[in-house]
Design a protein around this ligand. Structure first.
Ligand SMILES: [Zn+2]
Length: 121
């Protein structure tokens, strides 16, 4: 029940995640208690994303999109971002952006972003 409320609360960003996954031809995967979308190997957008950002996955709301087949560690990391989205709901992306600023002020927008530190456990 609480998880369902979290999913509903996160819905505004999850809809954007689902839309992005569907428009870019990703496939939904359920594996080992995780749910994620995997980019098609021929996807130019996700190949560009990997080359441009170096990130193998992105979580928007409770929707995780992986540019390459994810490791268990990566899935655990993204699952934590999904949990953040269930707690923060519509505030998830704004909070992440504030975290980027906080991280940048601390020396690294990504590594020192409190939401990334939290996701690393
Ligand atoms: Zn992360």
């Amino acid at each position: 029940m609480i998880r369902l409320l979290g999913e509903a609360w996160a819905l505004p960003w999850s809809i954007i995640g689902w839309t992005l996954a569907l428009v870019t031809g990703c496939d939904l995967v359920r594996e080992g208690g995780h749910r994620f979308w995997i980019a098609s190997p021929g996807s130019r957008l996700w190949r560009w994303w990997m080359q441009r950002t170096g990130f193998a996955a992105v979580t928007i709301g409770t929707v995780t999109i992986c540019a390459v087949w994810p490791s268990k560690v990566l899935l655990e990391h993204e699952a934590r971002h999904q949990q953040q989205a269930r707690v923060l709901g519509p505030l998830y992306v704004p909070a992440y952006l504030v975290g980027c600023i906080v991280g940048a002020l601390r020396g690294d927008w990504y590594d020192k972003n409190p939401m990334e530190e939290d996701a690393r456990g």
